[in-house]
Write a protein that binds this ligand. Structure first.
Ligand SMILES: Nc1ncnc2c1ncn2[C@@H]1O[C@H](COP(=O)(O)OP(=O)(O)O)[C@@H](O)[C@H]1O
Ligand SMILES: [Mg+2]
Length: 488
């Protein structure tokens, strides 16, 4: 087994709330689990073992500068030319989570159920891949050549930076308010030096490029990026309802229909990404946000990558890594289906299947053994699906077979899901976050110590200002990293 020490590049400091909160939004169940789930958020990491054989340069062909989309601009900055990337420059009360009992949840969860199929019993029809509840779903694959214009639209002076929403390996995500339209956005700030030091230049450029191209109801929207001498900035929609991670830790574990709802929305997002040859590679509750209505938005495209064939990069989050990644084999979309299995397991049980006292090495050993102990309270259909996702045998893993994501959608556990309605968000979420919409209510996010270093204050990065970047130019400003992020 390769050394995986590089996976843990930085410990995320934050602990979640207690696990026995009586105000739990979903029914707190006595999990009686043999394991104690980790309450700390898990760090994702990356460790290059091999040179990826994916043709990276091919991807630049997709960075279109044309768009038919008209973003609800955080600022009326359209007047700015494309060279306008120069650095021109709270506390919400923690609301107790809404009291929601299982019976409150029931009506909305019922909406997940197909009107003609209310049985909880395993469905033989869809087990055979036929037209059971979710069977026969076909979504149109939208071409990805309509990337939004995201370059050079904004600068730091367009926003008032407010509190931190989350911290990550290379920077933090802030709630910000546009000075122009007063709307709230989330801005991910990445320290260039840190990105370079951790050899994440390619991943960071990929994150921007992938986010610019995708458009899906369950994926975060990126409106623009810019940089100054020290930092990269990514302007996104502010997703108000907080992380699924926090909800899960408060709830301890989710009832079967609740886990099914979130898993189904993730499945639709994966179906979309994979249909565009994008693998996500960092599925976990920390990266799943709830919007004000309780629908999911996947954020953090830090490891998302367009991979038409195969890649070798070892990256992700230990608990969620597929065995083919841990074993340093080439891999593709298969890894996201494994991670979906881990996610469903964690939602149903409150802990991940290979978690073992917090030691990553032990987790990797367990992953390679791939032996899962399924608690008896897991619904038989869920158990069956999990066995077909959390399998090291790539010729058997659901999602990785000829039927692709449709095999997952047609599985009996999802038999009640009306996929086309779900895609349109025409199904009520099981839990509606208690937020005041549109006013920058960050009460669902944990509090973090604030950044002390002011952004955009240091001198201009000459490489930011003066493309194209000649070799001579780069050599004369060795401390500048601007040329490494030409798209920001
Ligand atoms: N668009 C957003 N709206 C609200 N919060 C966000 C948004 N994007 C990220 N966050 C918060 O910031 C945290 C860190 O962001 P993320 O992109 O996951 O960074 P990292 O790559 O360092 O994990 C997330 O887990 C989430 O809590
Ligand atoms: Mg993250």
């Amino acid at each position: 087994m390769p050394s995986l020490g590089g996976l843990l590049r930085k410990k995320r400091t934050k602990d979640s709330q207690g696990t026995n909160d009586p105000t739990s939004p979903t029914s707190p169940v006595d999990a009686s689990s043999p394991l104690t789930p980790t309450t700390s958020k898990r760090t994702s990491g990356s460790f290059h073992l091999h040179t990826t054989k994916t043709n990276e340069s091919a991807k630049s062909a997709h960075t279109s500068n044309n768009s038919n989309n008209t973003p609800p601009a955080p600022s009326p900055a359209q007047h700015k030319a494309n060279d306008s990337m120069n650095p021109a420059a709270y506390a919400q009360q923690q609301h107790p989570p809404q009291q929601q009992t299982p019976s409150h949840n029931a009506p909305s969860i019922q909406n997940l159920i197909h009107p003609t199929n209310t049985s909880n019993a395993p469905s033989a029809a869809s087990r055979n891949g036929g037209g059971g509840g979710g069977g026969g779903v076909q979504f149109q694959t939208q071409p990805l050549n309509q990337a939004r214009v995201t370059k050079g639209k904004y600068s730091l002076t367009d926003f008032q930076i407010q509190r931190t929403l989350g911290t990550g390996s290379f920077g933090r995500v802030h709630l910000v308010q546009s000075k122009h339209n007063q709307r709230f956005y989330a801005v991910k700030v990445l320290k260039k030096a840190q990105v370079v030091k951790m050899k994440q230049v390619e991943h960071t450029n990929d994150e921007r490029r992938m986010l610019q191209q995708v458009k899906h109801p369950f994926l975060i929207t990126l409106w623009g990026t810019f940089q100054d001498s020290k930092n990269l900035y990514m302007v996104m929609d502010f997703v108000e309802g907080g992380e699924l991670f926090s909800l899960l830790r408060k709830s301890q574990r989710f009832p079967n229909p609740v886990a099914k709802f979130y898993a189904a929305e993730v499945t639709l997002a994966l179906d979309y990404l994979h249909s565009h040859n994008i693998i996500y590679r960092d599925l976990k509750p920390e990266n799943l946000l709830l919007d004000r209505h309780g629908h999911l938005k996947i954020t953090d495209f830090g490891f998302a990558k367009e991979v038409p064939d195969i890649t070798w990069t070892l990256c992700g989050t230990p608990d969620y890594l597929a065995p083919e990644v841990v074993a340093s084999k080439g891999y593709n979309k298969s890894v996201d289906w494994w991670s979906l299995g881990i996610l469903i397991f964690e939602m149903l049980c409150g802990f991940t299947p290979f978690w073992d006292g917090g030691s990553p090495m032990k987790i990797y050993e367990n992953i390679l053994k791939s032996r899962v102990k399924y608690p008896p309270y897991i619904h038989p259909d869920a158990h069956d699906l999990l066995q077909k996702l959390i399998t090291p045998d790539l010729t058997k893993r659901l999602g990785n077979l000829h039927g692709g994501s449709k095999d997952v959608m047609n599985h009996p556990w999802f038999a009640e899901v009306t996929w086309d309605r779900l895609q349109k968000k025409d199904i009520d979420a099981p839990y509606v976050p208690p937020v005041r919409a549109g006013v920058g209510d960050a009460s669902q996010f944990d509090k973090y110590p604030e950044e002390t270093e002011a952004y955009g204050q240091a001198g201009d990065d000459p490489c930011v200002k003066s493309p194209p970047y000649t070799v001579e130019h780069i050599l004369t400003c060795p401390n500048s990293h601007g040329h490494l992020f030409p798209d920001f």
